[in-house]
Design a protein around this ligand. Sequence first.
Ligand code: NAP
Length: 189
Amino acid sequence: MKYLIFGAYGQVGYELSKLCHCHDDCITLARDQVDFSKPGEIETRIDHYRPDIVINAVAYTAVDKAETEPSLAMMINAVAVKELARACHRRGIWCVHYSTDYVFNGTSNLPYKETDQVNPLGVYGQTKLAGERFIQEETDKYIIFRTSWVYSWRGANFVKTMLRLAGERDQISSVVQVMPLILHVQHWM
Ligand SMILES: NC(=O)c1ccc[n+]([C@@H]2O[C@H](COP(=O)([O-])OP(=O)(O)OC[C@H]3O[C@@H](n4cnc5c(N)ncnc54)[C@H](OP(=O)(O)O)[C@@H]3O)[C@@H](O)[C@H]2O)c1
């Protein structure tokens, strides 16, 4: 099995890449090797490496900024994903893709099921949902993970922001649900 991972320096992509480097048949590509805002590059890369499985960990993940850059978010999260899924389908390659709970409106108190009604409230969620739909239209050999609250030591995430603020301030204001976690982290420090 030969794997090709896009998004090698993101939180998810980097962790996948570390696992991948234990195997000979695994290639990881970062933004400077393939830019998802430039159509055409993805298919060329897939043809060059000829993988059995493509894993897409690339995304425009700046949720707030996406409101002012909808075209770029759509290009990276949906249009490029369509190209990727189409290229995979034509070559019989499995397509593994990461999406988000932002495809829902967040009002449910229950764990989400795959079949729950989607209703993204912002540009980020809308573009991620468009990416999911393109994959489903373009190929039947796919896996889509709708993840939430991704943390790693790399990149920007909520835990790292809270740790930084905990070092700078006496008090942190945040949403009520996460306070036990923050207190726990402060206790460690
Ligand atoms: N973080 C979360 O809490 C969260 C929650 C739910 C779902 N997700 C989903 O999980 C997946 C992975 O998230 P993550 O936290 O690992 O994201 P991340 O750390 O922001 O990584 C995103 C990756 O995409 C790359 N990228 C962005 N624009 C690109 C472009 N034009 N061309 C090529 N590469 C580009 C980035 O490259 P650079 O390294 O060069 O910037 C980075 O490697 C995404 O699909 C995201 O939507 C994340």
